[in-house]
Design a protein around this ligand. Structure first.
Ligand code: SF4
Length: 339
């Protein structure tokens, strides 16, 4: 029987270093609080919030946080808080109405010319602001039948030129599975590009392996990697070094960030993020305002404030370091620029 290239269940025994780091990610709030020498009184509320959306954070990311500092911008992205449990009007479970653009399980087709694959439900890290924190992954598994239906759907629509690998985090899938999926997609003549949206190399830089680069560059399809980093402290020397082979393999690497209150909502933080990304060979691409997902309202930055920050950023940086300030509005034919 043919192996299913998209099967979520074909996870390998974790032997690669990145897989070991992935499987040993911290999921107990008490453990995170102990490692970072934070007040033990936080444990109870963190556990309550984690019941709705679990804590998950790998050690290489924790090692970039400051001990004893509740204001650490990396910690704020992962620490479950009571505030997540307060309902806020306008903050909903499917803020982008993705389920209205879901022609097949595992496939979202919102914009002309490109489709998005829910490659896997797995993530290396659970970001508290995630717009898919309530996504029905169980209903969107890529079993053999679903994968074949997706291939047929793409093959039947020659306006589709690009496939986005999303998730979850698509790079949580093993390299062999990624290679097999790319090979099958490459057989569809009208496809030109594949784009991977991933936070995994940011939180576990060891994810950039020779095998991954071979998979990404092993077909005629042009690969693009879009990282998700929100603060300059996420980009350390280990990540910069890990990204080098991608540049050598001529894989364009871009970054998209989310504007998050308490994390990067200052001109200095955004400026340093752009400059640090560029030093690591990564081009700033998008700065998104928060999608109003239930449980994330405490990260919200108003549009007015976002525009003021962006205006300052434009005055202080060369154009190629200024990401596009945008939001996604359900039903619109593209992202909506705020400026
Ligand atoms: S890595 Fe991406 S998909 Fe996963 S929780 Fe974070 S924002 Fe959401």
């Amino acid at each position: 029987m043919r192996a299913n290239p998209a099967d979520d269940t074909d996870m390998q025994i974790p032997t690669a270093r990145w897989q070991q780091l992935l499987s040993s990610a911290i999921s107990d709030p008490a453990e995170l609080i102990r490692l970072l020498e934070l007040p033990v009184e936080l444990v109870e509320s963190a556990r309550r919030a984690a019941e709705q959306f679990p804590l998950r954070v790998p050690m290489p990311f924790i090692e970039r946080m400051r001990k004893g500092d509740l204001q650490d911008p990396l910690l704020k992205q992962v620490l479950p808080l009571d505030a997540e449990l307060q309902p806020v009007p306008g903050f909903v479970t499917d803020p982008l109405a993705e389920m209205q653009n879901n022609p097949h399980d595992g496939l979202i087709h919102k914009y002309r010319g490109r489709v998005l694959l829910i490659t896997t439900s797995a993530c290396a890290i659970n970001c508290r602001y995630c717009f898919r924190r309530h996504f029905p992954y169980q209903e969107n598994r890529l079993g053999p039948d679903q994968w074949q239906r997706i291939l047929d759907y793409i093959a039947a629509d020659d306006s589709i030129h690009e496939v986005l690998f999303s998730g979850g985090d698509p790079l949580a899938a093993p390299d062999g599975r990624i290679a097999r999926m790319l090979n099958e997609l490459a057989a569809i003549a009208h496809l030109r590009r594949v784009r991977f949206h991933s936070r995994l190399p940011v939180v576990i830089p060891q994810r950039i392996t020779d095998q991954l680069i071979a998979a990404l560059t092993g077909t005629r399809l042009k690969p693009i990697l879009v990282l998700h980093a929100n603060h300059a402290n996420e980009i350390d020397a280990v990540l910069s070094e890990a990204l080098q082979p991608l540049r050598q393999a001529r894989v364009p690497v871009l970054n998209q960030a989310v504007l998050l209150k308490g994390v990067n909502d200052s001109v200095e933080a955004l400026k340093t993020l752009s400059e640090t990304l560029f030093d690591a060979g990564v081009l700033p691409y998008y700065l998104f305002v928060l999608d109003p997902v239930a449980g994330s309202a405490h990260f919200d930055v108003s549009d007015d404030q976002a525009r003021k920050l962006f205006d300052q950023l434009q005055r202080q940086l060369p154009g190629y370091l200024v990401p596009k300030l945008a939001r996604e509005i359900p039903g619109e034919p593209s992202k909506t620029l705020l400026i």
